[in-house]
Design a protein around this ligand. Structure first.
Ligand code: AMP
Length: 374
């Protein structure tokens, strides 16, 4: 398939904020977006030319959707295998089914990464309680027990500190397939957004630091305040992951920086990512435009950053109570996801604040830099 011409239709599976911001970027490039989501009037459908409201397992609806679009991509990638196979038989799907299968399964993901020479935390599969005992003996404690699939924001995992934590954690998470990971004592969590085009061009944004609150991303600092050699290595790892996967599209690579200065990949996500939202305002071509360019077969520009940035997530009713003050504070660039109800823990929006390059405030200046006006 050659590059999509303006007016072509990009199909997006999933209707949340990542789809919304992808659709807005697609519109700027002259494309129409058709969203497929079980939820009516969600964040993405509100800004798209067309939407299908149906279950991800509804093959009839998926067939009709594929007939109405020119290419298919994702903002939600946990599609049933049958649904994915059907879509791939009908239209180009970017990124493809193999990448989705790898990134959906923590065991496949780690095996793939290690095979490609990319370090992760040590791990062992856990099939039963005896297997958990053996894995804990092998990796030592503390360790983190995780479901292999459908975990996010710290859900579906348990920290095992001592032998007596094993049985209750197993009882809570089984019978789902599980993996035990060695506990990583990390100095920071970083991530890199990387894109690969149809022609094999790879571009990656600068590595950023992610700070979490209650297991949910709270702040992203761009670039990560870390030594230059680590930033370069993080980008190199992301590039190697994209190439090993033969990615066409956009991918987030989350990594731990260990206390002794090594990088270990924790997770990959083959789609736009919360930790890439800073690029919307600090880069001439942000992650959503880059995603759409890759999927549409357009050339990929360098992922240049013109400013430093801090991204602050707005979570649940407490943060949304600040919205009027955010709008009244000069220098903050607000992004609202159009969700009607601010339930606790729900990502409702974010704002970016830009700084001159090299001017990101130090650890103690961040709070000041994000102070809101009354
Ligand atoms: P995940 O769902 O894998 O992204 O994990 C959520 C959070 O749990 C991460 O952002 C880390 O803060 C923490 N975490 C996950 N895995 C480990 C590990 N092996 N060692 C230490 N902390 C971890």
């Amino acid at each position: 398939m050659s590059a999509l011409a303006p007016g072509a239709v990009i199909g997006i599976i999933g209707g949340g904020q990542l789809g919304r911001m992808s659709a807005m970027a697609a519109a700027r490039l002259g494309y129409r977006v058709h969203v497929f989501s079980p939820e009516a009037d969600g964040p993405a459908a509100q800004v798209s030319a067309a939407s299908t409201v149906a279950d991800y397992a509804d093959l009839t609806a998926l067939r009709r959707f594929a007939g109405a679009v020119d290419v298919i991509t994702f903002e939600f990638e946990n599609l049933p295998a049958d649904s994915l196979a059907l879509l791939e038989s009908l239209k180009p799907v970017r990124p493809g089914a193999r990448i989705l299968a790898i990134s959906q399964d923590r065991l496949l993901e780690k095996a793939f990464l290690n095979e490609a020479g990319i370090p992760t935390a040590p791990y062992a599969p856990v099939h039963d309680e005896a297997g958990l005992d053996a894995a804990a003996a092998q990796l030592g404690l503390p360790a983190v027990l995780k479901t292999t699939r459908l975990g996010y924001d710290g859900k579906g995992q348990a920290l095992l500190r001592a032998a007596e934590d094993l049985a209750p954690a197993f009882a809570r998470l089984a019978p789902k397939p599980l993996v035990l990971e060695g506990f990583v004592t990390f100095a920071a969590e970083v991530s890199v957004m990387v894109a690969r085009g149809v022609d094999g061009t790879v571009v990656s944004y600068d590595a950023v630091e992610n700070r979490h609150k209650h297991h949910i991303l709270d702040l992203t600092l761009a670039p990560a305040p870390l030594p230059a050699y680590l930033l370069a290595e993080a980008q190199d790892i992301a590039r190697r992951v994209a190439e090993a996967l033969e990615l066409v599209g956009l991918l987030g690579v989350e990594m731990f920086v260990t206390a002794d200065g090594r990088l270990l990949v924790n997770e990959i996500a083959p789609r736009p990512h919360n930790s890439g939202h800073w690029t919307m305002d600090a880069c001439p071509c942000g992650q959503f435009e880059m995603h759409i360019r890759a999927v549409a077969g357009l050339p990929l520009p360098p992922a240049t950053r013109h400013s430093d940035a801090v991204m602050k997530n707005l979570i649940g009713p407490e943060d949304m109570a600040l919205w009027p003050r955010i709008l009244a504070t000069p220098g903050l660039i607000p992004h609202h996801y159009g969700k009607a109800e601010a339930r606790p823990g729900r990502k409702m929006g974010h704002f970016n604040r830009l700084f001159p390059k090299g001017g990101l405030p130090g650890a103690f200046g961040i709070e000041d830099a994000l102070r809101l006006e009354d």
